[in-house]
Design a protein around this ligand. Structure first.
Ligand code: PHB
Length: 387
């Protein structure tokens, strides 16, 4: 006969083994793919910092389980993102993918989300079409049509008759150019020229010279986050501000990540966007304070997109008790919540974000440059989906 104490010991061991196995399945993983190196590295740095803040605030738990975040650097290269997504899905069995710093990267990874039925939360890239690339994509960033139309309205109402547009020559730039120009023309304005610069290593001097020669009332600009400081410097060096050419831009150009170091040339620049670190809500004040307590830089719109993306996934996992796939996708569709930027909705049909868009002006506040909001359009849907 087996002595009773041996049975008890075996049971205890079994118990340990079982809870060990349970500990394994009690951890769920989220794969985050972002550019931490290369031209878009500021996007990765902001997203990484925002996710660390979210993990500290949430205790790193969702649906009663421990959540592990696997952050991978794609260097801004689409092939690398696609390979990393494949590894995260197949080897790490992540319940969701998130991040995606550039449109070509989000588009290249979309088929992996579809094939593996893994929800993919785009927290950064902003071309309208992205959410249509996979039924598993949801977005917590913004779209360029969403923020460009309101600025065109503002320009037309503020004595601006002739503009030139200047955009980075790829998805979001094409969207910004098209939707700004269409709305501006509809309001009786003229577009003297549509200029484009390459996504990689742009030199703004030749196009700025052209803008000077065309002498419009204003120049409308979209450049991806990270290029704004260099652009503003060259805008000032070429004397466009002194020549009386107003600068209008999407908030990507006066990005909170770089704005503090742009100098006086940025003063008075009017932009439209969904997030400013100066947004005066109590929730945002706390968000910025908590973020800055952990980091030496301010949060920008990439940080807020990522923080909200984590919140979207965690709330979804709370509903599914940690399950991924179609259940998680369903639990994320239609979510409404308060963000540091204002109220947001993840539209259940389009899976895209509906949010307020602010018109802002760069001002000095307590000695530092900020995008100060002075007008708002409420609950803007992506106009790219309405056609
Ligand atoms: C994009 O590639 O979709 C993108 C990147 C940076 C931005 C906006 C859009 O600031």
């Amino acid at each position: 006969m087996i002595p009773r104490r041996h049975i008890l010991a075996a049971l205890a061991l079994g118990g340990v083994a079982a809870s060990g196995a349970q500990a394994q399945s009690d951890t769920i993983k989220i794969g985050v793919i972002v550019p931490m190196t290369g031209q878009q590295a500021s996007t990765g740095r902001q997203i990484d910092a925002a996710i660390k803040l979210w993990m500290a605030q949430s205790g790193g738990k969702a649906g009663g389980k421990k959540v592990e975040i696997l952050i991978k650097d794609d260097g801004g290269v689409a092939d690398t993102s696609r390979r990393l997504a494949q590894e995260l899905v197949v080897n790490d069995k992540v319940v969701a993918l998130a991040g995606f710093g550039l449109t070509p990267i989000a588009l290249a990874t979309a088929p992996i989300a579809t094939q593996s039925k893994t929800p993919m939360v785009v927290t950064a890239a902003a071309t309208s079409i992205i959410t249509e690339a996979s039924p598993y994509i949801l977005r917590t960033s913004f779209t360029l049509p969403q923020v460009s139309v309101g600025l065109a309205e503002w320009a037309a109402k503020n004595k601006i008759r002739k503009v030139v547009t200047l955009v980075a020559d790829y998805g979001p730039g094409n969207d910004a150019e098209k939707y700004f120009a269409e709305r501006f023309l509809l309001n009786g304005g003229t577009v003297a020229d549509k200029l484009r610069t390459p996504l990689r290593a742009p030199d703004f001097a030749p196009v700025l010279q052209k803008v000077r020669d065309l002498a419009p009332d204003a120049l409308f600009v979209f450049l991806p986050s990270g290029q704004g400081a260099q652009f503003m410097k060259q805008f000032g060096e070429r004397g466009l501000d002194k020549a009386g050419i107003r600068l209008l831009a999407t908030g990507d150009v006066t990005d909170d990540d770089q704005l503090a170091d742009m100098g006086d040339v940025a003063l008075g620049v009017v932009t439209s966007h969904h997030y400013s670190a100066a947004h005066p809500s109590p929730m945002n004040k706390k968000f910025v304070a908590d973020f800055q307590a952990m980091n030496k830089f301010r949060p920008n719109f990439m940080a807020v997109g990522a923080w909200d993306g984590m919140r979207l996934i965690f709330k979804g996992l709370d509903t599914t008790k940690g399950a991924g796939g179609d259940a998680l996708l369903a639990a994320m569709k239609g979510q409404i919540f308060e963000s540091p930027r204002g109220s947001i909705l993840i539209d259940a049909q389009s899976r895209d974000i509906v949010q307020d868009v602010y018109i802002r002006k760069v001002e000095r506040v307590n000695g530092q440059l900020y995008n100060v909001e002075f007008d708002v359009q409420k609950a803007v849907k992506d106009p790219g989906k309405l056609k």
